[in-house]
Design a protein around this ligand. Structure first.
Ligand SMILES: [Zn+2]
Length: 277
């Protein structure tokens, strides 16, 4: 019995690490692309917080809607744009401290499946100051439920939030990747470029970050090869072909590669990242 459950736990761990449960290396709290989820803790405190000038759901929550300045400015732009189209949005919950999250977590009924609806203290995206839970006029006061997705405000946010640098962080059908239930009310600021790419690729934030890191490591590996090539004068590019499709061979020794070989410092520093993918 003991052995069975032990094996189960072990299998669970292995599966988690094989799929999306990888740990990020040290993350800069200033980064717009901070990954905070069940495996990755939020920085203790965002560097700076400000209160966006948008309407809170009710006055008593107005102290709960602080965000990082870049996210707050984007939220104001988005709420204003929505307002101009007759869509009234309200802010419910932005930055949450570790202590607040702890209180929320402890309040939850233990019999509920709280693992996927509430984050453990220290692991909430709200602690980054980049997330916001919103409500719309038509569902105001009815709680955070999936009904928001079908409301005019939920539909508007889904269609337009990327224009302002936000994504719906916990999409439907991706619970196994994000680790959380579908939350059509939880938006996350990632910047306009990333938001557009995430939308176009139709991926979760977890998948997007993994793609970026893979790309970065591939580039760094190529840079290292070029440096070696410059030092030895031998074309080593064929060994750098990670997919085995020989594509890299064709461009070896081109001007571009030579130019990029210059910045070796960053390459050396970051190439260790490949260990944790
Ligand atoms: Zn939320």
């Amino acid at each position: 019995m003991f052995l069975e459950s032990f094996a189960g736990i072990l299998l669970g761990f292995t599966m988690a690490f094989q799929s999306w449960g990888y740990m990020m290396p040290h993350q800069n709290p200033m980064d717009t692309l901070l990954l905070v989820n069940k495996q990755n803790k939020a920085p203790v405190l965002p560097v700076m917080l400000m209160k966006p000038s948008v309407d809170p759901v009710e006055e008593k929550v107005s102290g709960n809607i602080y965000m990082r300045p870049d996210a707050a400015a984007a939220l104001e732009r988005m709420f204003n744009a929505a307002g101009q189209e007759g869509i009234k949005l309200y802010a419910l919950s932005g930055f949450r401290s570790y202590a607040t999250q702890k209180a929320i977590y402890n309040r939850k009924d233990r019999s509920e499946s709280r693992i996927s609806s509430v984050a453990k203290p220290g692991y909430s995206e709200h602690q980054t100051g980049l997330a916001m839970d919103f409500e719309g006029e038509s569902t105001l006061g009815k709680g955070l439920t999936e009904a928001i997705a079908a409301s005019p405000e939920g539909i508007w946010v889904d269609q337009h939030c990327w224009e302002y640098g936000f994504i719906l962080r916990y999409p439907k059908g991706k619970e196994h990747i994000t680790g959380y239930i579908y939350e059509p009310w939880h938006i996350r600021f990632v910047g306009t470029e990333a938001a557009m790419e995430i939308r176009n690729l139709d991926v979760t934030f977890e998948e997007y970050i993994r793609m970026i890191r893979r790309e970065r490591i591939k580039n760094l590996e190529q840079e290292e090869i070029v440096v070696e090539q410059e030092n030895t004068g031998i074309d080593l590019s064929i060994h750098a072909d990670p997919d085995g499709n020989g594509k890299h061979g064709g461009t070896s020794g081109s001007g571009d590669y030579g130019k990029r070989g210059g910045s070796t410092d960053t390459g050396r520093e970051n190439v260790e990242l490949s260990d944790s993918i």
